[in-house]
Write a protein of this length. Structure first.
Length: 68
């Protein structure tokens, strides 16, 4: 009984770990060349914009977290 349950838990964990990679960074990685071409920006500019947006969002998250 426990062996079957353990296998189900392992499969459940593997599936959710595998599918958790589909996020913001994953899709930006797939489409960054299209985005850069559409905006006519370089790799460095794209990286700077992405880094700035990430830092700004973390600051906003901390600020909003203090509100609650």
């Amino acid at each position: 009984m426990f062996k079957s349950l353990s296998l189900k838990v392992i499969v459940f964990g593997f599936i959710f770990t595998f599918f958790s990679s589909f996020g913001q960074s994953f899709f930006l990685g797939l489409f960054n060349s299209s985005i850069r071409d559409a905006l006519s920006i370089t790799h460095g500019q794209f990286g700077s914009i992405y880094a700035s947006a990430t830092l700004l969002s973390s600051i906003v998250l901390v600020w909003i977290g203090k509100k609650n």
